[in-house]
Write a protein that binds this ligand. Structure first.
Ligand code: ZN
Ligand code: ZN
Ligand code: FE
Length: 742
């Protein structure tokens, strides 16, 4: 008999790993101990080498559902002579490497108990076990023990404590457990006070209120939702008006996949995603004839609808009581971080009539994830609950600890050490004091959770990004600050995701990013490897009339393009773009264009989409980001195969021949279809000149039609991010590269 130690790294804490090892040791009849440490889980056993190898094989094949093993090592130690097998106290050193599992949906066993009238947690809205429920959103610091989470505030009752301390129970060391007697409780309030209701009455009352057409703010896992009856036209209209969100599609939550199938087409792959433990919002094609009446205001002017299934016991109970789809949209001011506590949700009290609150504190905010399936590839729109934080193994080792600050919109942050990077969930846009404060707080939390102190900080080149300003506040004496160009970061993120070390041809089709020459880039072809990059081609510059303002007004972009093609003659043209201005406005913008005053140069593909949307007459002013691209999807006709002419000279892609042809064929279907075909043609032609893998990054690659066409035409030659969103949510990961390069 020998003594051995086994060290396991990966997502092994807070997932029922120690009780699993305990039960395994019982089965093997071996003695020893198991504990959590700062790098993961360690085990000591008195056994033979044959049994040890068997034991390790069982760990690998039988591990708990939420566990993920990155590495297992074993070695001989001094003889221990154990008299039993036990789970011992966590042992922490300075460096914290253990990984935190994300929050996942309620498991089947808990769901069964929730609806089992004889169960002591029957109808308990916070039922959970080791294999399901909240994790990241309640943790203050590692190790993941109850005292380090917001559940530390709830003392367990005797029965819960018995479950918690029995290694053979499904709730052994399940940190968030509780029951009616000891756990978190619900509270229903109107704007002034809490209604006096028994716990058992609250869900039914909320269902009733929603049926009456009211708007309810509901506290969930990582923040609040604003909820109303999705079939009630007036309620949806009121929500849109109060939230000042006239058109942007709203996500709906439905009881189950059966209900979802009455609203949208669902492939087996999409169904798997809908019911996965991550339970994201899945963007699905609407049915032509829906068998369930939804308000047309839920997702107007687009072909798709975002649907998700209940992922907490609270949502399950509510949807069962309602038996109809609800709008469930993040409680925030557009694209800003969502409300996480009562104080924050009170700031939105003009929007809601009632608030369903609870007393389990949300430590780390986390929005719903949004994904779609395109040609059997998973495409993230927003990576948050269920997926984040998730560690990404880097294809190299860092000599320094790196903090990457992301961009300014769809902000995320990343920390990296050794060969691991941890990407935060989607934080949101950094346009207000509150959102900036939240962003900074999130950095602080990540540092605290992972006991992390950076040696190097990487930020975007843009001098006015809030992330850049934050970098400048850090103590430069102990830190190295470095910058990376926005689109290079987009490409590097995808290289890191795929673990590519060789050269790639990166294509960044994006809204905007600060370029090396100070212009706004966004239609870029960049050849890059670990150490260098070269911008080999880009969309030829055009002027953004009125700068930032042009981002919301496709008509300004289109007008600028017409001026590029026709100069002053454009003033006399008659097309949807010119019709969107008065004649004095036209003259004003011509002067602006001619003099180049308040008209910065851009090579942005996102803006070119806007311009084409305006010329085709489908939209002139946007009410949400990405609206023109989303609307253009429904005009694409795959029977139209032709494309427009274009030129490339000295690395500049000239769109003028295309723009000139557009007003001659004013049918939006023809125009938009040919435009998409042209883009694919450009990508194919340029890609032919380089013998490298083609890597796609940037927000424009969230356009379903464009991605479908590219995957269809170019197949495996193009690599699209699968674990990260193509948009600025991936920038922080790409920035890590700068920490390696220098
Ligand atoms: Zn469970
Ligand atoms: Zn209890
Ligand atoms: Fe970007």
């Amino acid at each position: 008999m020998q003594s051995y130690q086994i060290d396991i790294q990966g997502t092994v804490q807070g997932v029922g790993f120690r009780p699993f090892v305990y039960a395994l040791a019982m089965r093997f009849g071996v003695y020893g101990e198991v504990w959590n440490d700062s790098k993961g889980v360690s085990i000591r056993l008195d056994t033979t080498i044959e049994l040890l190898k068997d034991f390790i094989a069982q760990i690998e094949s039988q591990k708990p559902p939420l566990a993920h093993i990155d590495a297992i090592d074993f070695y001989t130690i001094e003889p221990q002579n154990y008299a039993k097998f036990s789970i011992i106290q966590s042992q922490m050193q300075n460096d914290t490497f253990a990984l935190m599992p994300p929050d996942v949906a309620i498991c089947d066993a808990c769901e069964a108990e929730l609806f089992e009238s004889s169960n002591r947690r029957y109808g308990y809205p916070f039922i959970t076990c080791t294999h399901c429920g909240v994790r990241y959103t309640i943790i203050k610091q590692l190790p993941y023990d109850r005292a380090n989470t917001s559940m530390g505030a709830f003392a367990m009752c005797t029965t819960c404590h018995e479950e918690y301390t029995n290694p053979l129970n499904r709730r052994y060391h399940a940190q968030p457990i509780g029951c009616f007697e000891c756990g978190p409780t619900l509270e229903l309030r109107d704007k002034s006070e809490a209604l006096s209701l028994a716990q058992s009455q609250i869900i039914d009352r909320v269902a009733h209120i929603i049926q009456e057409g009211k708007i309810v703010a509901i506290k969930g896992v990582g923040g609040y939702h604003l909820v109303c009856d999705a079939s009630n036209h007036e309620a949806v209209q009121t929500l849109r008006k109060r939230k000042n969100r006239p058109h942007k599609p709203l996500a709906i939550m439905v009881r189950d996949t059966q209900m979802a199938k009455q609203i949208a087409h669902i492939s087996p792959q999409e169904e798997k995603l809908l019911t996965s433990k991550e339970r994201p919002i899945v963007l699905l094609h609407k049915l032509n004839t829906q068998h369930l009446t939804l308000s047309t205001l839920v997702a107007p002017d687009v072909d798709t609808i975002g649907i998700f299934l209940p992922y907490t016991p609270l949502h399950l109970l509510l949807l069962k009581a309602l038996n109809r789809p609800i709008v469930a949209t993040s409680a925030n001011v557009s694209d800003e971080p969502l409300a996480r506590n009562f104080e924050e949700v009170m700031k939105l009290s003009d929007i809601w009539d009632y608030c369903l609150d609870h007393d389990r504190e949300i430590v780390n905010g986390c929005d719903d994830s949004v994904v779609m399936i395109v040609q059997e590839s998973v495409l993230f729109v927003r990576r948050a609950r269920g997926y984040a934080p998730q560690a990404i193994t880097l294809p190299f080792r860092l000599s320094q600890k790196v903090l990457a600050l992301g961009a300014n919109q769809k902000s995320t942050i990343a920390i990296a050490f050794e060969n691991k990077a941890i990407l935060s969930p989607h934080i949101g846009d950094l346009h207000t004091i509150d959102s900036i404060a939240y962003y900074r707080q999130h950095i602080e939390h990540l540092r605290q959770i992972y006991n992390f102190q950076e040696d190097r900080v990487v930020h975007d080149k843009h001098p006015h990004y809030e992330s850049t300003k934050y970098a400048k506040t850090l103590n430069a004496e102990h830190l190295t600050l470095s910058t990376i160009q926005h689109h290079v970061a987009h490409i590097q993120a995808v290289r890191l995701e795929y673990g590519i070390r060789d050269k790639v041809l990166g294509i960044a089709f994006d809204g905007t990013g600060y370029g090396d020459d100070g212009n706004m880039w966004g239609g870029e072809f960049i050849v890059c490897d670990d150490n260098s990059y070269e911008r080999v081609a880009h969309l030829d510059y055009f002027k953004l009339l009125g700068g930032e303002k042009a981002i919301k007004e496709p008509r300004r972009v289109a007008l600028s393009l017409l001026f590029e093609c026709y100069g002053v003659k454009a003033l006399d043209m008659d097309n949807p773009t010119t019709r969107a201005f008065s004649s004095s406005e036209l003259r004003l913008y011509y002067r602006m264009w001619y003099n180049g005053l308040n008209a910065p140069l851009t090579s942005s593909m996102g803006r070119l989409f806007d311009g084409v949307a305006s010329l085709s007459g489908i939209i002139q002013t946007l009410s949400y980001e990405g609206q023109s691209g989303a609307m253009m999807e429904r005009y694409y006709d795959s029977t139209i195969q032709s494309c427009y002419l274009w030129n490339v000279k000295d690395g500049k892609i000239d769109s003028k021949p295309m723009i000139k042809m557009m007003p001659t064929q004013p049918n939006p279907t023809v125009m938009i279809s040919k435009f998409f075909n042209t883009l694919v043609n450009i990508v194919e032609q340029i890609a032919m000149c380089y013998p490298y893998p083609v890597v796609l990054g940037g927000g424009v690659f969230q356009n379903r039609v464009l991605v479908e066409l590219l995957l269809h035409k170019m197949g495996k030659r193009v690599l699209l991010p699968q674990k990260l969103p193509p948009n600025d949510g991936a920038i922080a990961l790409g920035q890590i590269m700068q920490g390696y390069r220098v």
